[in-house]
Design a binder for this molecule. Structure first.
Ligand code: GLN
Length: 200
């Protein structure tokens, strides 16, 4: 695989920014809305947006079972913010009818950072990514409250009221961050994901 094909789940959210970031690191990026489009990708990004809406549209577009199946078969997936929520085995403060994929053994709390820090920016260093901490942008973001034994913590908030909160994880081929690297022009996380897709 010289140029990996990476889909961006294009039901709702900041699809365009992820397509641009993936293209910027040499992947062939395309939106995914239909099962046939999913079949053609080597990896998938689930963007930030609104997890309850993404959950609902996943059913309407009949992507639930195809995505669950591809994940079970080892498809690399990166979820940012709402995408992290969609990859969590358990969601706190979600809507009762929202459902994620068969994803990472973790519990996330939706809109976790609370009103005072609804949206904020903080430096976050990620294990396995060189070049210093990310300038992480959080927008009504979740945090990770519990991780299972198979989950690696990649990054935590180090300063301020949210210090110590886990905001980046990986389990096998699944990666999730609470923040939005696609909004800052820092392509290192997309490069990390594309490398993972190449290796998978
Ligand atoms: N609060 C949103 C949700 O629950 C996530 C916000 C985001 O993706 N920027 O899905």
């Amino acid at each position: 695989m010289t140029v990996p094909v990476i889909g961006v789940l294009a039901l709702q959210g900041d699809v365009r920014e992820h397509v641009a970031a993936l293209t910027g690191v040499g992947a062939q990026a395309r939106p995914v809305r239909r099962p046939e489009e999913l079949d053609a990708v080597d990896g998938l990004v689930i963007p930030g947006g609104e997890s309850t809406t993404i959950s609902k549209l996943t059913d309407i577009f009949e992507l639930r079972e195809p995505i669950d199946k591809r994940i079970a078969a080892g498809l690399p997936v990166y979820g940012s913010c709402a995408g992290m929520i969609m990859l969590a085995a358990e969601v706190l403060d979600g809507r009762p009818d929202q459902r994620g994929f068969a994803g990472i053994e973790m519990t996330v709390r939706r809109n976790a950072f609370g009103r005072q820090v609804d949206s904020f920016e903080a430096p976050v260093a990620l294990a396995g990514v060189d070049g210093g901490p990310f300038h992480a942008v959080f927008i009504r973001a979740p945090w990770v409250e519990r991780v299972g034994a198979g989950v690696d913590v990649l990054g935590e908030v180090t300063d301020g009221p949210a210090a110590g909160r886990i905001v980046a994880v990986r389990q096998g081929n699944l990666v999730a961050t609470s923040f939005h690297p696609e909004l800052t022009g820092d392509l290192r996380l997309h490069r990390y994901f594309v490398d993972l897709v190449r290796a998978a």
